[in-house]
Design a protein around this ligand. Structure first.
Ligand code: ATP
Ligand code: MG
Length: 273
């Protein structure tokens, strides 16, 4: 698989942005009562910072990304982009959002799918596909421009979805379990690939994952949510230097960070010595 090499000028144009979430409460209507998904969540993603969010299933992680992307309006609380309070409508289109169930359209080719984000932003289809085609090599998809998702491997489909998400050049990336459905080997490869891509882009990232090792390997900071309703339970600044390498997974720093997160999630009783 090819790894991201020199950044193209178009990708380098992205300016990172700062995200602040203040005291967000978000509920859903469920029959005759309201279910609280997020209960006073406050967090920040700094300019060019890579933040991972881990938490039990149902703790409101996807709800949070829906709110930040502007798809969902919270009951209360503020979302600030670059220091300015925003409404959900104002946030639409300001971030690159790879949703948890981010399916490719089966009737569109690789470049047809990869161009969808640009098309949604008003670019003509032939131009969107041309720009998608020019980036295929960075995403390990060279030569696969005219094939349909059913003919791609799981890892390739995921990279095509990444290309679709990143092509419109947003400052803030919201990634919801981008490797969730992949086997361990493909997942490890794509984690290293994303780490290298991020080294070039340095965009602000909020990554949701169930995988504590993935969080430590990729992020500058890891936030742990409580079980529903989601609140901040723990925050960890990752001790690993950059750029990250797979060899670091065996380092004492990595083992210590992972143990601290597993403890915060209630999976380990005591932190490792
Ligand atoms: N559209 C919806 N309508 C009603 N309830 C919802 C809706 N979306 C989510 N919920 C509920 O809100 C809570 C938080 O859901 P959310 O999808 O944000 O969790 P999550 O942390 O992303 O979970 P997972 O790790 O399983 O993806 C859950 O209890 C879920 O059932
Ligand atoms: Mg989710």
């Amino acid at each position: 698989m090819s790894s991201p090499q020199t950044a193209s000028p178009t990708f380098r144009a992205a300016l990172p942005s700062r995200l602040e979430i203040r005291d967000i409460i978000s509920t859903y209507e469920e029959g005759d009562h309201r279910l609280t998904a997020l209960d006073g969540l406050t967090l920040t993603v700094g300019v060019g910072e890579f933040v991972a969010l881990v938490g039990p299933s149902g703790s409101g992680k996807s709800t949070l990304l829906d709110i930040v992307s502007g798809l969902l309006t919270p009951d209360s609380g503020d979302v600030l982009l670059d220091g300015e309070a925003t409404t959900a409508a104002q946030r639409l289109g300001r971030s690159a959002y790879m949703q948890q169930r981010d399916l490719l359209l089966p009737w569109r080719t690789t470049v047809g799918n990869a161009g969808l984000g640009l098309e949604a932003a008003g670019t003509r289809r032939d131009e969107a596909e041309r720009r998608a085609r020019a980036e295929l090599w960075r995403f390990g998809l060279e030569g696969f421009d005219a094939v349909y998702p059913a003919q791609l491997s799981g890892g390739m489909r995921q990279r095509a979805a990444f290309l679709r998400t990143l092509l419109p050049h947003k400052n803030l990336m919201l990634l919801d379990e981008p490797f969730g459905a992949l086997d361990a080997l493909t997942r490890a490869e794509l984690q290293a690939w994303l780490a290298a891509l991020w080294e070039q882009e340095r965009s602000s990232v909020l990554l949701v994952t169930h995988d504590v090792e993935e969080a430590v390997f990729l992020a500058d900071r890891v936030l742990v949510l409580t079980p529903r309703p989601g609140r901040l339970a723990h925050e960890l600044t990752v001790s690993l230097p950059r750029p990250r390498t797979r060899a670091m997974l065996a380092s004492p720093e990595f083992v210590r960070d992972r143990a601290a997160l597993l403890t915060a999630l209630g999976v380990l009783d005591d932190p490792a010595p």
